[in-house]
Every structure is written in structure tokens, then in C-alpha cells.
Design a binder for this molecule. Structure first.
Ligand SMILES: Nc1nc2c(c(=O)[nH]1)N[C@H]1C(S)=C(S)[C@@H](COP(=O)(O)O)O[C@H]1N2
Ligand SMILES: [Mo]
Length: 406
């Protein structure tokens, strides 16, 4: 007779996390049992998200913030967008989690347990901006397929982990290494275990940066399940698709990584500008690297009403991929004139910067406040849509809020 298999303790904990309650008689559950409580899930409860977060897709789960929810300097989990290409793994046991280093350019294949990574290498903590390459996609015309992100697919949380470069040093990398590619534990939407939902990466130069982490904590706690528990690659300032969640493997490649969503139109844009709707040949597409300069007004919420004579203290964040932000300005006259906002320095490289301004309005009426950031190389956000591209990436147009003075 076959022995009945039961769900392991580690998986029970993740399932309890998804349900938001302990599964009291969990040890009686047979392996593969479908809990009723997870069949019609409330995403806000399941992921500990605020109910003002906006669900764009439930298969897979894709959830964005609204501008005013991103007002905190460090984004708390409840306001952090979720972007999934596949199905979130649930049967995770951090105790026996391993990370494999392989590929053409490692001296030899090497495996670490999560415990080894934590104990063998020094820990670092950074605030790191993660923006989905498709943030702002909803505005493109002709429209681009994919999740219709507005402005809320960006976050800046505090990540703790070990430096990828310290671990690569320990693994031993050949001099012909050009790229790393990640492999993860999430499941392809087809259910096919041989297909990866996504397997992207970064060039060695980015992999070896001080801030590129193998992270195991977010905002001082274990990484929430939806954001990559128990281990995640973090490459701040690049499209967040480079930051692989539920990290199981790193391949050190002797060529540009060619995993799922590294080729074709995925996370690639025309190397040179094209007319809206134009077909672009494969060889004329370039991989997105550092994200462009951008800003977000997080206070007040668009639609705020003021009394005549009242001034308005606006605030928000600005970021510029690998670069820093040198200036943020605002306009209340649809971009004819601009005034300077006060701008804080980043707490560390690749963290977003906070701005504020005290805005006066000349008389009663309807206004829009626009914000425009400029990066350290003098490049500013466009007032309207930037270059069209087939998948609607990199929309860094100025953010705007409506204000009524009555
Ligand atoms: N394993 C895995 N990693 C992933 C993804 C995914 O689907 N699977 N999505 C990527 C994309 S496209 C983005 S924008 C970020 C989103 O991170 P978040 O859900 O923690 O906000 O994760 C990236 N890492
Ligand atoms: Mo993304």
C-alpha cells in the first residue's frame, strides 16, 4: 500500500500566509489538496495589500498602486505593485531552499543553501527603486498589449541581502562571462514544468555593482511571498523584470542571456525611434537597461479642492535609473512656466529622491500641477508621451494632478 503523503511544514506556513490565518489541522492535509479558501481568493487579504490597490489581472496576478498610495519614503508592502508573468509558487520551504550557479562561464557548478548564503557573506541594506518596464503603458496610442499599468508599477522598498558579486567571487567566474540570467520557482501559465514564465538577467557590469543583491529581507522582514520569498535578485534602476523573484538559479553566460522574455519584443524597444504602429525588425530592437528619469506627485491625490488663497504643499518622488535626479520642477500652467521644487539627495544610489514645493494659485478655478524631473546628464521627462514602441515600455511622461480652487 502506498503511504499517504502530507503537506510539509514549510508549505503549510506559506499556505497559511496566503490565507492570512493558521491552518489549525494542517498536518492532516494530504499533498496536493486544494484548500477551498484559496479557490476564490481576495487578493487584498491574500497579499496583504491595501484595498485601494488596483487589480489589472488575476491570471496571473498583476496589481498596481495609485499615485497617492506611494507617498511613503519607503514603500510598505501594502502599497507595492505586484507583477507576475506566471503562477506564484506556494510550496516553498525556506529551510531547504537552494541557489544553483551554473552556465558556460562558471569555473564549476556550485550550489548554496539559503542558510549558507546568509551566514557566509556580509549583509547589505539598500533602498532600491523597482519600476516595471511597462509602467505607463495604458497611455500609448496605438495601444500596446499587456497589463494596462497607469502610474503605479513602481516601488522603493528597503532590501537586505548579500552582494551578488561576493557570491560570484566565491563561485569563480571565467573571464569570458558577459551576462547573468536568473531561473525561478514560479510556474508557467500553461502548467508545463519545462517552461519558464520568465528568465531574464543583466550584463556582468550590472551584476557586479555593489547594490545588486541576492535579497532575503524586505523592509526588515522576510520578503512577502508575492515579492519573491524566500530569495530574490534585486537590480535597482533597471526594469524590475531584471529582478527575479523566487530565485533558484543564476546562469553565468558567455553571451547575452537568451532566456524567456529576453528576446523579440519582450522588454526590448526599437534602438532608434520609430513611427507609432511601425513594424520593427528583430535586429533593430535593443534590451532595456537603465530606466529613464521620472517623477510622481504622491500628495495630494488628484482632484483635491482648495480654498481661495490657500497654498498647496505638494510632494513626491523622482528617480532616474542608474543616474541621480538633479532637479524637479512643477508647472501650474500646462508647461508654459516652471518653478523649482526642493529635492533631497538619495539615501543611497538607485533609491528614489523626495521632492516638495509650496504651490500658490493666482485665482479660483481649475488647475493641473505637472511635475518634471531632470537627470544628472541634463535629460528631462517629456511633457507628453515619449517614443512609441511595440510593447509600450518606458513611458516617462510628466505626472499631473488636477486641483480645484474654489
Ligand atoms: N520569477 C519571477 N520574477 C519576476 C517576475 C516574474 O513573473 N517571475 N516578474 C518580473 C517583473 S516583469 C517585474 S516588473 C517585477 C515585479 O516585482 P514585484 O511583483 O515584487 O513588484 O518582478 C520581476 N521578477
Ligand atoms: Mo515588469
Amino acid at each position: 500500500m502506498q503511504r499517504r503523503k502530507f503537506i510539509k511544514k514549510g508549505s503549510l506556513i506559506t499556505l497559511s500566509g496566503l490565507l492570512g490565518a493558521e491552518i489549525v489541522f494542517g498536518k492532516n492535509l494530504p499533498l496536493g489538496y486544494d484548500l477551498l479558501g484559496l479557490q476564490d481568493p481576495d487578493p487584498f487579504k491574500m497579499f496583504n495589500k491595501d484595498s485601494q490597490m488596483v487589480v489589472l489581472n488575476d491570471k496571473p496576478w498583476n496589481i498596481e498602486a495609485q499615485a497617492h498610495l506611494l507617498d511613503d519614503k519607503i514603500t510598505p508592502n501594502k502599497y507595492m505593485f505586484i507583477r507576475n508573468n506566471g503562477i506564484i509558487p506556494t510550496k516553498i520551504s525556506a529551510d531547504d531552499w537552494t541557489l544553483v550557479f551554473d552556465g558556460e562561464s562558471v569555473l564549476q557548478k556550485k550550489t548554496y543553501t539559503l542558510q549558507e548564503l546568509k551566514s557566509k557573506f556580509k549583509h547589505y541594506t539598500y533602498q532600491l527603486t523597482l519600476e516595471c518596464g511597462g509602467n505607463g503603458r495604458s497611455e500609448f496610442d496605438p495601444p500596446a498589449k499587456g497589463n494596462q499599468w497607469t502610474v503605479g508599477a513602481v516601488s522603493c522598498a528597503e532590501w537586505t541581502g548579500v552582494r551578488l558579486r561576493d557570491v560570484l567571487d566565491d563561485v569563480g567566474v571565467k573571464s569570458n562571462a558577459v551576462y547573468i540570467g536568473y531561473h525561478a520557482a514560479d510556474i508557467h501559465l500553461s502548467g508545463d514544468p519545462d517552461k519558464e514564465p520568465i528568465s531574464r538577467g543583466v550584463p556582468m557590469s550590472k551584476a557586479l555593482q555593489e547594490e545588486t543583491l541576492l535579497a532575503f529581507r524586505m523592509n526588515g522582514e522576510d520578503i512577502p511571498l508575492a515579492h519573491g520569498y524566500p530569495l530574490r535578485l534585486i537590480a535597482g534602476g533597471w526594469p524590475a523584470s531584471a529582478s527575479g523573484k523566487w530565485l533558484k538559479g543564476i546562469s553565468v553566460r558567455n553571451k547575452v542571456h537568451d532566456g524567456t522574455k529576453m528576446t523579440g519584443t519582450a522588454y526590448r524597444v526599437p534602438c532608434e525611434p520609430v513611427a507609432p504602429g511601425e513594424k520593427v525588425a528583430d535586429e533593430d530592437m535593443c534590451i532595456i537597461e537603465s530606466m529613464p528619469v521620472k517623477s510622481l506627485i504622491t500628495y495630494p491625490k488628484s482632484g483635491a479642492i482648495l480654498k481661495e488663497g490657500q497654498s498647496l504643499k505638494i510632494r513626491g518622488h523622482a528617480w532616474a535609473g542608474e543616474l541621480s535626479v538633479s532637479k524637479v520642477e512643477y508647472s501650474i500652467d500646462f508647461g508654459s512656466t516652471w518653478k523649482t521644487c526642493s529635492l533631497e539627495k538619495a539615501v543611497n544610489r538607485l533609491a528614489w529622491q523626495h521632492f516638495r514645493a509650496d504651490v500658490q494659485f493666482p485665482k479660483m478655478g481649475y488647475y493641473e500641477v505637472w511635475a518634471r524631473a531632470t537627470d544628472s546628464q541634463g535629460v528631462s521627462q517629456p511633457m507628453l508621451l515619449p517614443g512609441w514602441n511595440p510593447k509600450g515600455y518606458l513611458n516617462n511622461a510628466c505626472h499631473r494632478i488636477a486641483i480645484k480652487v474654489s
